[in-house]
Design a protein around this ligand. Sequence first.
Ligand code: FAD
Length: 511
Amino acid sequence: MSGMAPYTIIVGSGISGLSAAIVLARHGWRVQVLESHVVPGGCMQMFQRRGPAGGKVRFDVGVHYVGSLKPGQTMWRLFRYLGVSVPALPLDANCFDRISLPSGEFAVPVGWDALARNLRQACPGEAAAIAAFVARMRAVESSLTWHSLNADAPGAYDRTPHEVTVAGLLGELGVSPRLRSLLLAQSSLYGAPSARAPLAIHAAVIGSATEGPHYVVGGGDAITSRLVARLRELGGDLRTRAAVVRVLVEGDRAAGVELASGEVLRAPEVILALHPRRALNLMPSDAWRSVLRQRLALAPECVGLFCVYGVVQGELGEYAGRNHYLLRDDDPDCFYDPSTKGPADAIVNFAPPADGVQTFTAMSSARAEWFAPWQATRTARRDAEYMALKQRLVANVMAMVEQRLPALRGRLTVVEASTPLTIRDYVNYPGGGLYGLEPSVDSQGVNGVRRKTRYHGLYVTGAGTGTPGVLGACVTGFAVAATALGNDSLIREVRRETDAFLPCAAPGPSP
Ligand SMILES: Cc1cc2nc3c(=O)[nH]c(=O)nc-3n(C[C@H](O)[C@H](O)[C@H](O)COP(=O)(O)OP(=O)(O)OC[C@H]3O[C@@H](n4cnc5c(N)ncnc54)[C@H](O)[C@@H]3O)c2cc1C
């Protein structure tokens, strides 16, 4: 590679950092990714514990299922453009998400049309509201240039979808409480209550899940290992255990970073691919305008994550091939108002079995305040009182799982549980919130975190600058790379290049 190639440091090896790194490396830039943790991947990292049978079992942190992975869809195209082929398995087309509320169950099928049909059956008499909601979601999703991979998306400059909330739209449509419950039940996929969730976030996240939900075979490791190998193939480098403590600037441009070890790495381009509050702490205080800093100070973090990991004995039967949204109240916003009394909300995922072992993950919510007494402690060094609180919360989650998935009673062994402090320690989200910064009207649209800073060559990216999820964060990586490259046609380039990978090289669906 030429010595003149621009040199970029990317801080953070989540999907946003790795995808930005590969896009830049593909355009001839020299790239160094720095990761503070011992393994790369951020939320895509996996961890290992001894299972009940004595063997090692691996669990995903943040890749339970990924949307838009059908050939020709956006996530599939972004992976292809990055040069990786990720092994994927579609979820059940008739019911990829099963919603379980005190008042009954509902099967969420693949595809907006099929969803509208199931909703009409569940809420007879609301066909007009259902049609209007689905049409609005489709229109909003296709107005998002990166999510639809359409540089000329109609409505791209309309800020309304970032400012109107989902609750606002449902109120406008006058939907019944039952229909409201069904439309909101999967909101934990983006982690914001209906009164604060913008339409754009709901449309992007629920839209990609609805149109192309897939398991990634091998979990987050399967994505991270491929991306890291591809980065190295392109001449880029990744260092773990390399925590950045400060961004260096000279005059009005980026000049490099300083690591916790005191080592200084110089570079004219620096991209921070991490939680926006963490980015703010690393940059000179005037990198963002004071109004943005003030807005960020007030923007809420996602509700805290409490997660239970375990092993299932025997077959899953009818529970296989889908996720289960077990909510304690008919109002799905209960997820954002967690209680220490059980049974607790649980979003249950069954990854495809690996080495004959069937695992489960039950994701719940928690208040960061419950863990305040242990703020100054680190993972694996906490006292008996913390362990007792964890045990109580595990019991609350498992009570819900056993109540709503009765065929699994007596067949589940809990192996591990994580709290908001675990998320803080492992992916550096300050409040241990589910997806970090809450993707709410307070942090989106006009209130959104800016990728550009006042320093030339210094940028911020990651889920907190756009949409949470593997797809959303990957999109932010592409978008920041396009900004750094000054390349207005990256979307067209991605679409054009990946058309060639479609089965029979047929052109992709027109945008
Ligand atoms: C429990 C959970 C379940 C989820 N489930 C799904 C799912 O099923 N499907 C889906 O699509 N999405 C899911 N997500 C969301 C998705 O995984 C994330 O939104 C996405 O991976 C975030 O990517 P990112 O690049 O923004 O940053 P992150 O993955 O947060 O990575 C940021 C990286 O920066 C590093 N870093 C931070 N500070 C520094 C520093 N000072 N120096 C160096 N490195 C630093 C961190 O260690 C981390 O590795 C889930 C997330 C969680 C937490």
